[in-house]
Write a protein that binds this ligand. Sequence first.
Ligand SMILES: Cc1cc2nc3c(=O)[nH]c(=O)nc-3n(C[C@H](O)[C@H](O)[C@H](O)COP(=O)(O)OP(=O)(O)OC[C@H]3O[C@@H](n4cnc5c(N)ncnc54)[C@H](O)[C@@H]3O)c2cc1C
Length: 306
Amino acid sequence: MEMLLRNTLLFLAKSQAANRWAQRYGLHFGAQRFVAGQEIPDALAVTRTLNAAGIMVALDHLGESVFTEEEAVNATRDCLDTLDAIAEAEVKSRLSIKLTQLGLDIDRDLCRRNVTQILQKAQAYGNFVRIDMEDYAHNEVTLDIFRELHTDFPDTLGLVIQAYLYKSERDVEQLGAEGANLRLVKGAYKEPRTVAFPEKADVDRNFIALIERHLASGNFTAIATHDEAVIDHAKLFIEKNNIPRDRFEFQMLYGIRTHLQQALVLEGYAVRVYVPFGRDWYAYFMRRLAERPANVGFIVRSMVKA
Ligand SMILES: Cc1cc2nc3c(=O)[nH]c(=O)nc-3n(C[C@H](O)[C@H](O)[C@H](O)COP(=O)(O)OP(=O)(O)OC[C@H]3O[C@@H](n4cnc5c(N)ncnc54)[C@H](O)[C@@H]3O)c2cc1C
């Protein structure tokens, strides 16, 4: 039953009609729990509050799967404006981007040019940009574009790798040799068993193996999870292997396990929260519901309250 609900929510995440409806009518159904607001000032307000609590931020101007050049150029402008706003407000925040938001499905070169513009601005500010990993269909091309740009922007660009994919073990090994700064996650999309572990226990096992491998490689590792067992395991590994504090951080999503975020800060760990904002909140929200179908209770409660 839970799997059926999860698959339905991930299927709904792809609905263009629902996305258009969501853009028109603003944050609904309790999406405010996971999305910081629709405009840059909303995102900055949340960032300041988190910074004041000792938590760093990665802002994500929401958007994915754009289908016209104009939309891709607008999304690029949004990312550039976000970098300007971070610098102007002097808040502790980096930027996360999605390649399909910047035109990957329209024209690979257009996407590459857009990302290059964003990286040039981030580099000028001394900031950092991470490419989120999307569904499997975009995995190889995302790795290719990352590699092409990483050569020119080695300290400004990072990538995400998903533990549910069989191929990630090899990718992490190769990216480690290339000096990549990686965020490691379990993976949020619906993928077939031909490419991804169908069992959660296997995903968790692979996740821990990838975290250990990348930490041991000496490259920066962002351990992005709300799973306390994984976090405890990582802490022990870090301790035992004397991994320096500036070589890793814990990352979580805005609105999820906030007490755990604070507890890690109090223990002296670097913690960064991924803060999404913008009008394109729908697909992101559906994926958060799918991760924990109990969250669907929020929708029902918010509808009752409305
Ligand atoms: C900073 C960050 C960036 C990410 N970037 C990407 C990316 O680029 N590509 C990608 O595919 N995925 C990304 N993800 C999502 C990730 O792949 C997982 O889907 C998500 O983190 C849930 O997995 P988990 O590791 O928290 O473990 P789980 O085993 O799913 O969850 C562990 C516990 O965390 C809590 N929890 C987890 N999710 C939720 C939720 N939605 N609502 C309430 N409680 C919850 C529950 O208590 C749960 O028992 C990112 C995650 C984070 C934290």
